[in-house]
Write a protein that binds this ligand. Sequence first.
Ligand SMILES: [Zn+2]
Length: 952
Amino acid sequence: MLTCKSLLWKNAARGVSLASKVRPCLGPVITHSRHLYNSASSQGDAIRSLHMTKTWKGNKSTNSERVNIVSRRSLFTETSHACAKCQKTSQLINNTPKREILPDNVVPLHYDLIVEPDFETFKFEGSVKIELKINNSGIDTVTLNTIDIDIHCAKLGDIAASKINIKEEQQVTDFVFPEGTLASFKDNVILNIKFTGILNDNMAGFYRAKYEDKLTGETKYMATTQMEPTDARRAFPCFDEPNLKASFAITLVSDPSLTHLSNMDVKNEYIKDGKKFTLFNTTPKMSTYLVAYIIAELKYVESKNFRIPVRVYATPGNEKDGQFAADLTAKTLAFFEKTFGIQYPLPKMDNVAVHEFSAGAMENWGLVTYRVVDLLLDKDNSTLDRIQRVAEVVQHELAHQWFGNLVTMDWWEGLWLNEGFATWMSWYSCNEFQPEWKVWEQYVTDTLQHALGLDSLRSSHPIEVPVKKADEINQIFDAISYSKGASLLRMISKWLGEETFIKGVSQYLSKFKYGNAKTEDLWDALADASGKDVRSVMNIWTKKVGFPVVSVSEEGNGKITFRQNRYLSTADVKADEDTTIYPVFLALKTKDGVDSSFVLNERSKTIELKDQHFFKVNSEQSGIYITSYSDERWAKLGEQADLLSVEDRVGLVADAKTLSASGYTSTINFMNLISKWNKEKSFVVWDQIINSISSLKSTWLFESKETQNALDNFTKQLISSMTHDLGWQFKASDSFSTQRLKVTMFGAACAARDADVERAALKMFTDYCNGNKEAIPALIKPIVFNTAARIGGMENYERIYKIYLNPVSNDEKLAALRSFGRFKEPELLKRTLGYLFDGTVLNQDIYIPMQGMRAHQEGVEILWSWVQKNWDELVKRLPPGLSMLGSVVTLGTSGFTSLQKIDEIKKFFATKSTKGFDQSLAQSLDTITSKAQWVNRDRDVIDKYLKDNGYF
Ligand SMILES: [Zn+2]
């Protein structure tokens, strides 16, 4: 799965720096023994008899039902709270209960599932026959996962269940059969259940996604699924654990006008009594979280460039924008087959654009689902970021078809590896197809910085977090899993060599195909392929929180000492938080090349380096740490840009900013470094410079207008000549790098209020709104909208609103939505916030205008007031399990920069349940603390620097 938040991180990197976005750390490491539920009904369980099943027919799904779904979704357990705040995970491991899993007296072999949704009542009728293997015939209770499913009857063979106990809290139902039932069957038995479920509007399980028909303007619904991590149990009673793999034969029933899709191709389709029945072929053995089916009005485009059908489906009128993804899918499947040496095993590959989708995309085997904007692309009306995003998302989901779908993590603790690998693999293939995108260089500005930013907070957590209960899993779809996980894999691929890394991965895939594996199984495969001790190196990085700062002391006499310590952005590491010694690959770059042999695996080490004119630690920035130099060395490195690679320069800018923020070095070293690099040619380095300045500006957000203007003057001085030399005309003959650089510089100049550039942007906007659709190059449209919004006024607001309602592309719609937050007038901000709840903005998108509000004081203040005032409604609308509530908490609080605000925020949440977003909140507070400390420490230093250099 690719979360929508990964888009949010990326946008954060491009504009206002967004505070950390991490989900809570979870329960203990558990031995793999299956823990048997107490099958006697325990007190407090909601036990409902068969007879209490109410009739759903005719009942419209109401608001209160939706609330019910939200509140019944199990939240984070108390035991996990403690470890969110501290690093003593190991202590907790011994104190927390065992992993809760289903009993193993029976296990599933095959499911025959029939589903028929009702678009009037928003319910669905279902029937499932599960072939079970009997492991223990002495137990006559079969326990399945269920949520919000009404069971009508259950039989084993011909024997009906005598009692059906629904345990809502544990999300299971016990089917109790008369004594001796299981013993009356031999090895296998069929469990037959008939049920009714809710076609909910919470983007979970089998749900309804609302949309407006592009051709007729009517409101319509798609019925679609999102099972990962644990919502298959909302769709049908099942054994909803990743290592309980089985095969699935799915049948869909609906009005004949609708299209039916599922993981497999169609076996048989017929019309009977005015209904269409579609029987799909049986899947290979797979996990429940990968099951998918869709019933909707759909059209498709396809690519014929692969040996099996490759299609992109969308609601009618949108499908033509799917061609880019269809062609890319065909090409990527062929590439991955070759890379892994294993055929894609299913007979077709469908990608579907889903209206109302909580994540970015989901890798369901053979039927990948996407947020509309992450799949459909109108290339002529899209930014370069958007094109790259669609390419990355598609390749990420396709990588999962092998890594995740064919070989699946044994339990959710392995999620980081699933996601980290798919992320790494998507860059690997992107780099193969589009080398000019320089994805590995961009990785250093985007992913690595994001991982380091989060992991530098006290409230971070180890990559490999033990998961005790299935319903805690939503909490670990976070940037630590995706970004730090992928950064680790990059580090290891550099260490082993890419070819060896891929060889190890493909051996692992062959060995475990159609089965499950643990993280250690991959380390062992990589060790076999490389002959290196992968396990012990990686275990430290995956099981320990945080990363080190390596301090470099030049002792004189040719001696240099390297020392590692845990890094925290608040720079207040306590002794007991600084006990881990990381295996740090120093990768020392000198004029003679890179020495890769030197590993700092102790607290400190001194080496001799004869020629100290030039050296840089962490060559290519492939290690997960930051490096702190002396003031003199920072100054020297600033003069040596020509000896450094793009990754090195990006790394130095990022490290200088990070170290300034925490007080390891003076912010002046950062300002001086970037001042010297105003002739820089790489768009990636410029991206990092601009991001770092944005981060400084967001920390100085509540300082005086004079200081903020002086910071803008500093930026203008830095970027002006490059911006004006490049201009903002885009030619077809421009290379990708030139286009990207033009976009970056134009955006930075607008943000710093360069008068010429701002005037040009405003003219483009006015011409565009007056009907000249060519007036704004698509690549800079979001920047132009943001600029118009920052200039403000009712007229500009109305114009952007009109664009939002009638956009030429999805990308334009998003750009308009995001720019609403840039207006500073309170009445306009209030109007925008009003749109979040009145249906103008979809629930899946409500965080988007909030991003823009973080760019100015007025927005930060008003957003926080709004969050407080509307808290109850937010909790109702955003199920904590979907993790969007955590994003809203982060966006709503982390814009502040003073310690006083921390007290106010704490006071507000003191009376609320913070389950489901406690980690987001803790990290927001840590972020504010870091900013407050930075600005308090360097306020005068920066003022003096800006005055001395004539920027006031
Ligand atoms: Zn994924």
